[in-house]
Design a protein around this ligand. Structure first.
Ligand SMILES: Nc1ncnc2c1ncn2[C@@H]1O[C@H](COP(=O)(O)OP(=O)(O)OP(=O)(O)O)[C@@H](O)[C@H]1O
Ligand SMILES: [Mg+2]
Length: 235
């Protein structure tokens, strides 16, 4: 059964592409047939995939921000290979409402990266309110999780972020540290799970929190329609 994961936030630069590509590499490298759809016209995930070394686990990619070739339909463009188990969607900071509705259809889980900064916190909080309304109508079985990204645990900015999220009943399911591992991996079409384990041990532990949350989520057909509210105060 295919499980669709959408990585989304209207705040630019918060880590949507980093999380999308690392999720795709995690699942692919753990034996799940995986697809990565890039809804961002800047094509960052598509470029990342084009650089992916051939000896690594393959990921099926679609540059979904661009219209299909003349001789094929949109639904043909958005098909995935038979047997695909995980579908990851990287999205742009700016989306029209109809694009958001298309993206949300049949979604299993939604991941919202957030950076430890007051501007990012406020923008993301507003975004989550708006997203929650659309999710309730267009993806009622989907669960939403916040992931703190580029975290430096000993900083005041991190503590402020955790308090901000906790006060709003939005505590992050995972906190990913600020490290060049992500930058280096991205430059080579890899995720941290494709890199040497001894260099990325700490990061793999952080990722396990996110994977544990994802894999514990029920499929849409099993879920309570209000499940999306159990992780976030989106009323
Ligand atoms: N945990 C991290 N540690 C270090 N650098 C990071 C981390 N996460 C992201 N970055 C870097 O921050 C920059 C922005 O990340 P990314 O491109 O993933 O954000 P985005 O939300 O996709 O941006 P956009 O809104 O432009 O699509 C990139 O240069 C990326 O390598
Ligand atoms: Mg991006």
């Amino acid at each position: 059964m295919i499980r669709k994961i959408v990585v989304i936030n209207s705040k630019g630069g918060c880590g949507k592409t980093t999380l999308s590509t690392n999720l795709a590499s995690y699942y692919a490298s753990h034996g799940y047939p995986t697809a990565l759809f890039d809804y961002d016209p800047q094509d960052s995930s598509t470029r990342w995939l084009a650089q992916r070394p051939e000896n690594l686990a393959g990921i099926y990619g679609v540059a979904a921000a661009h219209p299909p070739d003349e001789n094929i339909t949109r639904s043909f463009q958005l098909r995935v290979p038979p047997g695909t188990q995980r579908l990851i969607l990287d999205t742009p900071a700016s989306l029209k409402r109809m694009e958001l509705i298309e993206i949300l259809r049949d979604t299993w889980a939604i991941i919202v990266p957030i950076l430890p900064s007051s501007i990012d916190s406020c923008v993301t909080s507003d975004f989550l309110q708006d997203l929650g309304k659309e999710v309730r109508v267009h993806a009622p079985g989907a669960s939403i999780a916040v992931v703190a990204n580029r975290v430096r645990r000993k900083t005041r900015a991190f503590q402020t972020l955790m308090t901000f999220l906790s006060d709003r009943d939005m505590s992050p399911v995972a906190c990913l540290r600020d490290t060049q591992n992500y930058v280096q991996a991205a430059a080579e079409g890899m995720g941290i799970h494709d890199m040497k384990a001894n260099l990325t041990r700490v990061d793999r532990e952080h990722w396990q929190d996110l994977i544990d949350w994802l894999e514990a989520e029920p499929l849409q057909s099993d879920a309570d329609p209000l499940d999306s509210e159990k992780h976030l105060n989106i009323a």
